[in-house]
Ligand binder design. Structure first.
Ligand SMILES: C[S@@+](CC[C@H](N)C(=O)[O-])C[C@H]1O[C@@H](n2cnc3c(N)ncnc32)[C@H](O)[C@@H]1O
Length: 329
């Protein structure tokens, strides 16, 4: 078995481990560790039988960081898909990366030193158990630092699903007319399917999607919107359907310190519009838009969402916002 095959097989085992827990919640992860710590015997047999090739592959300079990145990405996807309002800082991500580096280093030691498959099996199961304990400690510290509460009722462990919608629906709710779209177009929080960007690119538009979970395809940037340099005078149109403003609203209601970052990023987004450029988003931000109305360079309009049965609780924010930057001649 060559090195490429070993790597594909290792990646497939990592994916399988996450898929096996697809029906679980973040609360399960914190309070029912035994479910997540299980190790498939076939994976143990594979690692043991191919230990020489695995060790050879690990000796290549890029392998450990490649596998750590794969685990880190899979963990972020798993976590953010379960609660879209979680948002890890760079410091947290650096610590998470260390947890995976440690896992692979312990696995290597075990592969080098175990004298039989039975001993490897016992040792490997213990490594996975300790690894999960470290993951729980780290995630638990994140939850408690931001919101001290017992895990049984901790709000961060609630499932808050992240809906994704068809391109025609998103464009209709945002009140976007294709004929008046200016390029280049940025879809901020385009989703893991990137529906709008794919659709617009098929129509010949120069469109880019940005999302921390965006597809790994041309035309998409996988990034956190807080880490992006929104360069001034760049975009003809910026779209954000149930993404940036949804998260700003949630922070405004539940995490005021984070809300300040959203306010700053919102202003950076406006500055990144070309003259005459347009920012479309929904839901609305009634607590923030009066400030934008006072800025001389921008004209803000709102349009009610024409959908039936909007629940009373979200009627006040159920509108589309269209902000046009003043055109300089
Ligand atoms: C409800 S989904 C909407 C996706 C898409 N616009 C749609 O309507 O189908 C919200 C998106 O915002 C993205 N998101 C949340 N926080 C983010 C962040 N800090 N940086 C980049 N994307 C983020 C999520 O990954 C998710 O794909």
């Amino acid at each position: 078995m060559n090195s490429n095959h070993i790597r594909q097989q290792t990646l497939a085992s990592i994916t399988e481990r996450y898929e096996a827990q697809a029906s679980r919640t973040l609360r399960d992860f914190m309070i029912a560790p035994e479910i997540f710590e299980q190790v498939d015997s076939q994976q143990i047999v594979f690692l043991w039988e191919h230990r020489r090739e695995v060790l050879r592959d690990f000796a290549q300079p890029d392998t450990p960081s490649f596998l750590c990145d794969a685990c880190l990405n899979a963990t972020l996807r798993y976590t953010y898909h379960r609660n879209q309002f979680l948002n890890f800082s760079d410091d947290y991500l650096a610590l998470l990366a260390q947890v995976y580096q440690r896992l692979f280093s312990h696995l290597l030691d075990m592969l080098q030193t175990a004298t039989s498959m039975d001993k490897f099996s016992v040792g490997f199961r213990e490594i996975v158990r300790q690894h999960h304990a470290r993951l729980r400690t780290l995630f638990g510290a994140y939850c408690q630092a931001l919101h001290p509460a017992a895990f049984a009722e901790h709000p961060f462990l609630e499932s808050v699903c992240c809906g994704e919608y068809s391109a025609p629906l998103q464009l209709r709710l945002l009140r976007v007319e294709l004929e008046s779209l200016r390029e280049p177009i940025l879809d901020l929080g385009c989703g893991s399917r990137g529906e709008v960007v794919t659709y617009l690119r098929q129509q010949g538009f120069h469109a880019i999607g940005l999302d921390r979970l965006s597809p790994e395809l041309p035309g998409f940037v996988q990034a956190d919107w807080f880490g992006v340099d929104f360069q001034q005078n760049t975009w003809g149109t910026i779209l954000a359907h149930q993404s940036f403003s949804t998260h700003f609203l949630h922070s405004h209601q539940h995490a005021p310190r984070q809300a300040e970052r959203y306010a700053k990023t919102y202003l950076a987004i406006l500055q990144s519009l070309q003259s005459g450029g347009i920012f479309h988003y929904t839901p609305g931000l009634p607590f923030f838009e009066p400030h934008i109305r006072s800025l001389p360079d921008y004209r803000l309009e709102t349009r009610l969402i024409d959908a039936p049965n909007i629940p009373e609780s979200i009627r006040a924010i159920s509108y589309a916002v269209i902000i046009k930057k003043r055109e300089y001649s």
